[in-house]
Ligand binder design. Sequence first.
Ligand code: F6R
Length: 589
Amino acid sequence: MCGIFGYSGKRDAAKTIIDGLKRLEYRGYDSWGVAVVSSDKIDVVKKVGAIGDLSSLSKLPSSTIGIGHTRWATHGGVTNYNAHPHYSTDKSFVVAQNGIVENYQELKEKLTKKGYIFSTQTDTEVIVRLIEDKLKKEKELFKAIRSAFLDLEGRNTIIVLPTSNSHIYAVRNGSPLVVGIGKDEVFIASDTLSFADKTDKVVYINNNEMVSYHGGEVSLYDVKSGKELKTKISKLEHDDISIAKEGYDHFMIKEIVEQRHTIREAVQYSLEELTPLLEAIKKSRNVYTVGAGTANFAAGQIAFYLRRYAHINAIELKSYEMESFKDMFSNKDLILAISQSGETADTIEALEFAKAKGAKVASLVNMLGSTITRMSDYPYFSRSGPEICVASTKAFTAQISWGYLLAKSLTGKYSQARKDIEVLAEKLQNYFNKKLFSQMQLLAKKMAKHEHFFVLGKGQNYYIALEGALKVKEITYKHFEGFAAGELKHGVIALIDKGTPVFVIVSEDENKNDMMSSAAEVKARGAFVIGIAKKSNELFNEFIKTIDASELDPIANVIPFQLLSYFLGVSLGNSPDKPRNLAKSVTVK
Ligand code: F6R
């Protein structure tokens, strides 16, 4: 979702901002803009679409200070005009925003009555006019921004660039904000990845904190009281900051193949490092695992492992459906957040609910230094390296392998679990080969003419059916629906028609017979059955052999769906790394 990037230093501002915005691209966006200051004047360039043709930047004067933004439209269509940064009426400052002003209509009404003219439907323009209005009374921009910000409802982070040389202001509430401190240069951005190739010194900005950058100095204020705060510089510990396709056509396929080692990296925790969380889980009445989308399915799989192998009362919750659970949390509970970005607004809100009732917070996050990490009593990292493709693949399987280690460690089987994951990682070394890719491409070809698909799973493969279906629908825009196989007879079977493709995920476990019965039932109604299994079966019209990973089958079984999603998406001419309408980091509700 929207990305913010501000720069001041010795480098060329526009070029540095574009570099930063490109490193924020993975968050998803539909338009972008850059503003720079030169000779007490702000020049802005805005464009719809991806950052590609940079010829428009030649319109910008040479400058060493500016801000940029990647926009993921919420209020107002995808147009050059609606793209950020937005000018104030007298062009004395520009604003870019990440978030949603929830009370924008009310504010707009008030400002309209005062005579302010609005030319867009964006909530950002409301912030601009509000600052203008506050300036009349406050006189100083710093004070006006503070005062305006306090009137905004919702999760918002804004960055303001005035004409007065060498100033940038930014305020955070909800949407992420970090400051990178380089040698004679400063970066103010939505995440550390955007400047991790330039500096490893970072100041994490908390909610309701305001950054004031002036002439090489960064000062921090409490936005409510206006009191100056101490800035704490931390060291970035990104183990992998490169963002390159490394010979692959797309990040998606690169990240799918990387699972050969990322499942192993996610479990590089010693038993000592896991022990505080293990103890906290043992003491808890309930463990709630929470996440959104793919991360929610990983949360579900982890809850499954905790119940199944460690007999923990673990319940998976969807972070965007927490309302009825709000009063259920207590200090006897533990909430475990699963998130690639660590910035998902729904998941952050879920943690806030739980924290307010005294529950302990644990998390597994892929982005170091993210908000969820900083909210956690027990923060852990999935260590998959940057996941650039919007659709999550390697982060998902890393989350599952960490969850498996966690569950097994609770019953004293830490070493065995590490070994199991190592064995699977070894098997994956040779798994991604030409033969498999050709088979998946062939299957993609057969599937291309269909519009509706069903995926059935049970037990350890239930969440894999959900995730498998989500992955394919994200990249192919085809209707894939994942179900618990048990639901078939209770309604879903009505959808099965002659030729309907139905994927059945079969492990060599206690659910195999039930799964084969489901396969038989859909086949009897004319379905084209695709078995994702260890062994072929006469019921399968198509058989995709997966690695026998026993209790880690969920990892092995999701991979064919990731590959189908990629190959089918590419063959349909879709963009696998940036599927339509989707954003990587969903920082608004
Ligand atoms: C799907 C996908 C999303 C995310 C979800 C949560 O491929 O990536 O469903 O899983 O938006 O994001 P994180 O994991 O960053 O909290």
